[in-house]
Design a protein around this ligand. Sequence first.
Ligand SMILES: NC(=O)c1ccc[n+]([C@@H]2O[C@H](COP(=O)([O-])OP(=O)(O)OC[C@H]3O[C@@H](n4cnc5c(N)ncnc54)[C@H](OP(=O)(O)O)[C@@H]3O)[C@@H](O)[C@H]2O)c1
Length: 252
Amino acid sequence: MERLIWLTGASSGIGEAFARVAAQEGYSLALTARNAESLHRLVEACQGEGRVVASFPGDVTDRGEMARVAEAIRSQLGEISLLVANAGTHIPTDVRRFDVMQYETLMRVNYFGVLNCIEAVLPRMLEQNRGHLVAVSSVAGYRGLPRAAAYGASKAALTHFMESLRLDLDRTGIVVTVVSPGFVRTPLTDKNDFTMPFLMEADDAARAMLQGIAQKQMEVHFPKRFTYLLKLLRVLPYPLYHRLIASKVSPS
Ligand SMILES: NC(=O)c1ccc[n+]([C@@H]2O[C@H](COP(=O)([O-])OP(=O)(O)OC[C@H]3O[C@@H](n4cnc5c(N)ncnc54)[C@H](OP(=O)(O)O)[C@@H]3O)[C@@H](O)[C@H]2O)c1
């Protein structure tokens, strides 16, 4: 694994924990999110001997801004060897108040937000024939889940995209990794009004991520007891899958 990481979604949750863990391991970091104040505090906490940590605030849905951020990182810190496109959000959906804007918003952040960052780094990585592209997706993209149509669709698209990208970059020196977390305790999941099975702490998630990325795994997924169960559900035929999930979730 290389030494300069461009991390998006660094201002809270999994991204913030990942920044701290990566800094402890000696990586240099360029941190992006919209909240410049939170990034500034994190930079101060992560700086240390032998590594550079700096903030580059921005909105991942703004394609031009991500191109400018990547350019600023390169001119101030050097080549980006590893992109960790982690910025994302969730809006629970209510089919009785169907609103296409919710779906568009989540596609813009969770899917196009990642693509905007990849576009900003891929040409240089191709020129150099090296680099590592990481996108944080979700197990919610494995199959349709109740009240998660917008989120799940955006993550399914992202996982699908990363799978294709890995094949397209197969004969290059560029590595592609998708991260599929189960439930992790963050400000995002603090809003959930249901019991989250196998809930993980953000620090543990960040450590699992860094380890899997360092091993250049195609998919990093955790916690394993939960993700293997969901992988098993993925191969069930539709009627069986439907009955099983419907029986676990009471109608809202
Ligand atoms: N927590 C879980 O259980 C879980 C499970 C599966 C997957 N994930 C995925 O893990 C990633 C991190 O989630 P989290 O739980 O750590 O959530 P979080 O605490 O809400 O953090 C989300 C991060 O994304 C940033 N962000 C959101 N919209 C952005 C935008 N338009 N431009 C730039 N940055 C933006 C936020 O920063 P600003 O608001 O400052 O911009 C924040 O730093 C997400 O992709 C999420 O889908 C989480």
